[in-house]
Ligand binder design. Sequence first.
Ligand SMILES: N[C@H](CCC[C@H](N)C(=O)O)C(=O)O
Length: 281
Amino acid sequence: MEQIPFIKMHGLGNDFVIVDGRDSKPDLSVAALQAIADRHRGVGYDQLIVLEPTTAQADVFMRIYNADGSESEACGNATRCVVNMLMDEMSKEAVVVETLAGLLAGTKDSSGVIVVDMGKPALDWQQIPLSNAQDTAHVDLVAGPLNDPVAVNMGNPHAVFFVDDAEQINLEKWGPILENDRIFPERANISVASKMPNGDFRLRVWERGVGITLACGSAACATIVAANIRGLSGPSARLHLNGGPLDMRIGESGNVFMGGAIATAFRGYLDPTLLRGPANG
Ligand SMILES: N[C@H](CCC[C@H](N)C(=O)O)C(=O)O
């Protein structure tokens, strides 16, 4: 029976099963991805990451699956985990990760924090994508207490709603409704953000294909971009996610940089029964 080794890492509790497919690519069906994601019967993850060989000017290609088995183009927290892993493995000071969204460079800052360059946001309505022509700085979308989001593509689609108090929003209710709104033909990651008295932001995220997570790096990128567009912040801010803080900065080039904690939780093997899909009962 095939034994697939994995490493479990997380960025602020946004957790990843990372499989090294650089020598041989694992064959993971949607059923297997969902079975592995099950936190009771499987391993549990927000995203499953497969490292693959790269042909570009990069050190690795990173494929990203959500817990529902769908594929995503970008994942900020997993990029930081993979950068850290490859810096150790390759004894490099900086690592370039290729994703469906492009090449992302990561390195360690002077205090040991992994910082990745998440690239430039895309802000045209076709690039989000939205289903019709809209000003992405003020999207015509309402759900309960939420309205007037900023839409940002950071490789993947995001909608950011600024509210008085993000804690008060019933994200379990409105997240899935907005994720699947017809205005988002590829669905979207849904963020609610509120500015704190000290100029930081509180950010809660309903992730496309997952649900509420403890942190979402690409949503943090979308939020600093959205806050900057709305004049709510300058080019940098600290965002407080459920799992902890991310330090965000829009560089002079327009690229978005993100730094924060990551950790390795454990290593193991995917049980072959999981690879066949969900167990009965
Ligand atoms: N947790 C990830 C985002 C996953 C995005 C995914 N949910 C999607 O775009 O479908 C992050 O740190 O950026």
